[in-house]
Each structure stands twice: as structure tokens, then as C-alpha cells.
Design a protein around this ligand. Sequence first.
Ligand code: DWN
Ligand code: SAH
Length: 405
Amino acid sequence: MKTCRFCGDNIHEFLDFGKQPIANAFIPPEQVGGDEYFFGMRLAFCPSCFLVQLVEQPSREMMFHENYAYFSSISRYMAEHFRRFALMVMDSYIDDDPLVVEIGSNDGIMLRNFAEAGVPSLGVEPSANVAEAARSRGIETICEFFDKDLAERIRSEKGEADAVLAANVMCHIPYLDSVFEGVTALLKPAGVLIFEDPYWGDILEKTSYDQIYDEHVFYFSLTAVSFLAERYGLEVIDVQPQPVHGGEMRYIIARKGAHKVSGMVEALREKEKRMRMGDLERMREFADSVARSRDDLIRTLTDLKKQGKRVAGYGATSKSTTVINYCGITTDLVEYISDTTPSKQGRFSPGAHIPIKPYEEFAAAYPDVALLFAWNHAEEIMKKERRFMEAGGRWLKYVPKVEIS
Ligand code: DWN
Ligand code: SAH
């Protein structure tokens, strides 16, 4: 039996996705047919600390490096989301001699707002290409993995921080003990750690199993996060659901007693009990829904093919790597995937090798149906794609259920 990555107790496996590639390893044409790395992607639940987690995860250097494919600023809506996030921090959590540190700052989508407001900030971003994009915007960035040693170095060079921020990165880091110890050492006495990640409650409710891929080693709930925080003398003082990336939770954490605890925290704790989020049987029901979703998607794609319809993917997301490889989607069912990220274009999707084409090719000759892999950006995309829909184009979605609209 395997043990929990955080508390060391026995974990229960409840979902097996088979062999999966690195979700963001888009393959250049000359490497197609060469060796590709796969790992066994299995999901488990720890009944002691409530952490849902991958049993196996590739090394961090295989996922985050100088050719990391995801540039956060590709979405205008996300840029606006992070602008509001930064304003909230500046309004509520900084003093007159401030320092804000962000873990996983990527191309500077969040920190640019602090730079513009003249608030001293520092990014920690191990993927050199996206870190460079941030630096070219004038954002000070350390190109390293965040851990306790780095946190102590930052403290001795820059002083203590008012806020440590982390969006879509805490769930990527398997050594949370070192991260929490580091953050605790880095924060001022009344400082806060604010992080947001895909919420396990949303994944369960929407069967959004595509959030499960190599980078996401943890799937958090308030119950699990409270357990983590308590180990370091911290507590969750507020929780704020976020509509981005398919449903996230923002956790605001501080030293015990340093801030008032919002009533939202107890309300969510109660809700999680009602949702049976700590119940292994509920996880098994989720695993059944995932298998049904896969069968529905393959049936729908096969029907479309029989009707002679052209189907293209929309958005070569990390999430799509799980859907494509778990469902067994090939170029027979989905011709290509359209994506606006230059570094993904001209490459092939991990595992199934579906070609990634620039958005301009999609717009020049619309397919009959677009399989919406970037479903989390639906609002932004629907606004842009009126012409596709007016031309008779249809959307195939698979979250929360498989349907054509
Ligand atoms: O946690 C993570 C999140 C924040 O970002 C990382 N582990 C990796 C990444 O996950 P993802 O790749 O699933 O993220 P997105 O934001 O869903 O990716 C959207 C993709 O779709 C990008 O490749 C850009 C593309 N896109 C597009 O072609 N047209 C996006 C939009 C909005 C568009 O209009
Ligand atoms: N915060 C951005 C980026 C999320 S993608 C956003 O929400 O859009 C995850 C980012 O975390 C990547 O840029 C990756 O390089 C970085 N990352 C992964 N492990 C990390 C670690 N241990 N410390 C700091 N950053 C890390």
C-alpha cells in the first residue's frame, strides 16, 4: 500500500488513467516517432489528511524548464482576473514598507500590477522562458523552484513579506512541507499566504477529470488545506470561490489568531461534509462518472465521423492531454487542435500526436464542430467566435456532460 505524500498515512487508490505523457510536452515534428516519456497516472485519497493526490508524478525538471509551453498572459480574461486579485491584496494586506512574493509567477501576469503600482514585488519562477518574459516586462524574477531554503534566502536579502501569493502552483508541488515551512519563515507576523487552485469540489461536481494531469499532484479542499495549515501554526482565515479555470478556491491563510476568521470558512467546511468530500465511496462514484464521460465522448465523436463531419480541437490545453490519451482520441476523430500560443503551433500533442495549428487556420476554413478543450475560457471564446457560430459551427463540450450546442 502507498503512503500519503504529506502525512505519511496509507492512501486509497480510486482512479487509474493508464499511461499518460507529460501534459505540456508538445512534440516538434522531427521528434515524432522518437522516445516519449509516459507514467502511470493514478489518483488516490488520504483518509487522514483528506489530500487527493497523484500516486506517481514525473520529476519537476521534466515538467518545468526553459521550454515550458504555458504562457499565462495568453488569456485576456485571466489578465483581468489577476489585476483584481492584485488590487485586493494591495487594498487589504500590505503595510507602508511592503514586499509581495509570488510563487510560480510565470510571465508576470499578476506581478505586473504591483510593478505598475510601485509596490515592491518578487517572482519565483523555475521555467526560464516564461521567467524571461516577466523580466522583459521589468518584473524581478528568481528563476528557481520555491522551497524552504529559497524562502530563507529571500528573507535575508529582502526582508519579510506582507503577502506570499500562489496561483495554480501550490497543487503542482509535491514537497508541501518545505513550501509551508518556507512561507511561514518568510511572512511578517501579520502576513498572509494567499493561494488558489482548482477546487476538488468543482472537479467532483462537474466530472472535470481533465484537471488531473502530471503537473497537478494535489487536488485541494478546505478540509485538506486546514490540515496543512494547522501543522505550521497557521489557519485559513477566508475562502473565496473563483470562477476561473473551471472552478477554483482561493484560500487566505495567516498565523493563528493574527486575523479574524471569516464565517465563510465554517460554512464551506459544513458544505464539504454535505458533499461527502471525505468519503471514499464518493470518490468511487466519481471514477464511474469519469468512465461514463469517456464513453459518451468517444460515441459522439464516432457518430460525427460517420456523418462525415470535420471536427477540430479548440485550445491545446494541458487538460486536453488527459482527455485525448485517456479516451483514445486520434487524428481519425479530431483532425487538428487550434491554439493561439506560438510555441505550441507546428508541434504535435503529447501521446496521440494530433497536429497543433495556428488559430488563423481554424478561422480560414472552419470545421463543422469544435471540440472545446479550453472549456474553462468558454465565456471569452464564445464572444470571439460569433462568426464561427453564424457560419453553422457547433461546439462539442464534455464538462459537465458531453453535449453538442
Ligand atoms: O495550472 C495550470 C494552468 C493555470 O495553466 C498549468 N498547470 C498549465 C495551464 O493549464 P492549461 O494548459 O489547461 O491552461 P488553459 O488556460 O486552459 O490553456 C488554454 C489554452 O488554449 C492555451 O494553450 C491557449 C489556448 N487558447 C486559444 O487557443 N484561444 C486560449 C484562449 C482563451 C483562446 O481564445
Ligand atoms: N501563476 C500562473 C502560472 C501557473 S502554471 C497562473 O496562474 O497562470 C504553474 C507555474 O508554476 C509554471 O510557470 C511553473 O514553472 C511554476 N512552478 C512549478 N513548480 C514550481 C515551484 N516549485 N516553485 C515555483 N514555481 C513553480
